[in-house]
Design a protein around this ligand. Structure first.
Ligand code: TAP
Length: 448
């Protein structure tokens, strides 16, 4: 049995059987059986069903937020925000169903029409850090385009995804359209990746597993969307509003206990402002409230597991510049930690995925761009400056999919989200995500 723990208490909160490869096959068969009828649902009816699902997520918002908070250890305030986004995602894609249409292209002797056809059965494989949010980013566009799905959440945090599957049925989405199975990635995930009846894998997770997904998908030329890791740079120029940049920096790396692919874990600071910024950063980091995720004023909870805590700790060898407080006793706690580093240090080169920020000085704009890009990843990042032209120059020069200027927020329902380089490819959210769940068909009609 899979014993699901609350990482803040280490107590079991659920026991689930591990799904097997045969369970995965059954889920794929159900999705395949449901596909012809689902793709034929009239656009306005499909939109209505997605809108109903959004409404049910809102109605059950508190229940889902509680469950997510207990399973992931995330502060209840954050969990409520994330569930609110899940509802917004389904509202957005409900509205997108009948706006994702083709073109007419004049050509010699006739006209070309394009159609956006669904792919068929898609496998959605999600990580443990934002389980429900990331599931919705994939489900919304997949269903809007007329696909049926098999969703495999991470075994550490399957509870809200399983509940979402029930809500989809309650919303009136026909049986077989949304199938949620909880089982190990190496068995169930792998089976979805290799299954000949699965047309696409929408994957979010580590770069290492993403690589395996891509290899496995090659056997059947499956489409893949990969949302992978990051070591994003938060670039602070001396001409920035330093108080604002420093006040915002802890949230950008300690949010979700740093278990965020968008974590701005490398804080690059122009040398002229380095000492002042560190002083301000210390003042902003010390008060971060780490503790009981159920308490409404908690800002950071525990890490996901004992194993992960060990891995995060391996990045800090004792000489932290700032180390906050964390509870003792049960729970996988780790304090907010700031280290001074160079970009060659392991803490800057690898994804820590924990509440550890590496502060790195730079000399000038060219140096900042060089360091920001000196990483195999390219997911997210921020630029802090009061010089608008510089903000745009640097934003264009950083090889990253999602950047913010004078802000550390990356994710919006309406706007594309995804990585450059080894942070993956394909885009989630916004209208861009629809391209990843549909195929363009070109039909020529002779008018001769
Ligand atoms: P992974 O270990 O890569 O797991 C992600 C998912 O893949 C889980 O559901 C896992 O299942 C499954 N999986 C494992 N092996 C598999 C295989 N051979 N074939 C198919 N599926 C397999 O990542 P994680 O530790 O859950 O999440 C953390 C990582 O996700 C970080 O690197 C983070 O940066 C990244 N992430 C990226 C983003 C975006 S949007 N770019 C967002 C969030 C997280 P089990 O765990 O159940 O075995």
């Amino acid at each position: 049995m899979n014993v699901v723990l609350n990482p803040a208490t280490e107590e079991p909160i659920a026991e689930l059987p591990h799904a097997t490869a045969e369970d995965a096959d059954r889920a794929v068969a159900a999705a395949k059986g449901a596909f012809p009828a689902w793709r034929a649902v009239a656009p306005e009816d499909r939109a209505r069903l997605l809108r109903r699902l959004a409404g049910l997520v809102e109605e059950h918002g508190e229940e889902l937020a509680e469950l997510e908070s207990r399973n992931v250890g995330k502060p209840i305030g954050d969990a409520r925000g994330e569930v609110g986004m899940v509802a917004d995602v389904f509202h957005f894609y409900a509205g997108a169903v009948d706006k994702h249409h083709g073109e007419t292209i004049p050509v010699a002797g006739g006209v070309d029409l394009t159609f956006r056809e669904p792919l068929g059965v898609v496998g959605l494989v999600t990580p443990w850090n934002f389980p429900l949010n990331i599931a919705s980013w994939k489900l919304g566009p997949a269903l809007a385009c007329g696909n049926t799905v098999v969703l495999k959440p991470a075994e550490l945090t399957p509870l809200t995804s399983l509940r979402l599957g029930e809500l989809a049925l309650e919303a009136g989405i026909p049986e077989g359209v949304v199938n949620v199975i909880s089982g190990p990635g190496s068995v169930v995930g792998q089976r979805l990746v290799e299954h000949p009846d699965v047309a696409k894998i929408g994957f979010t997770g580590s770069t290492e597993v993403g690589r395996r997904v891509m290899e496995g998908a090659a056997g059947t030329i499956k489409r893949v969307t990969l949302e992978l890791g990051g070591t994003s740079a938060n670039v602070v120029f001396a001409d920035a509003d330093l108080e604002r940049a420093a006040a915002s920096a802890p949230g950008a790396v300690f949010g979700n206990a740093g278990q965020d692919c968008c974590a701005r874990s490398r804080i690059l600071v122009e040398r002229r402002a380095y000492d002042r910024f560190l002083e301000l950063l210390e003042g902003a980091t010390r008060p971060v409230k780490v503790g009981d995720p159920q308490s409404p004023d908690t800002e950071m909870g525990p890490l996901i597991s004992a194993e992960h805590r060990e891995q995060v700790a391996s990045f800090v060898d004792g000489d932290a510049r700032i180390r906050g407080d964390a509870p003792g006793g049960p729970g996988f706690w780790f304090p907010c930690t700031v280290v001074e580093a160079t970009n060659d240090d392991r803490v800057a080169r690898e994804e820590v995925f924990g509440p550890v920020a590496a502060v790195i000085p730079f000399e000038d704009e060219a140096d900042a761009i060089r360091i920001a890009n000196d990483t195999p990843y390219g997911l997210s990042g921020s630029i802090w400056t009061e010089n608008g032209a510089r903000a745009l120059r640097v934003a264009r020069a950083i090889d990253s999919g999602v950047l913010s200027v004078n802000s550390n927020a990356s994710v919006r329902v309406q706007a594309p989200f995804g990585g450059f380089k080894q942070s993956g490819f394909g885009r989630e959210l916004g209208l861009h995500a629809l391209a990843g769940y549909s195929e363009v068909k070109n039909v020529y009609i002779s008018t001769g």
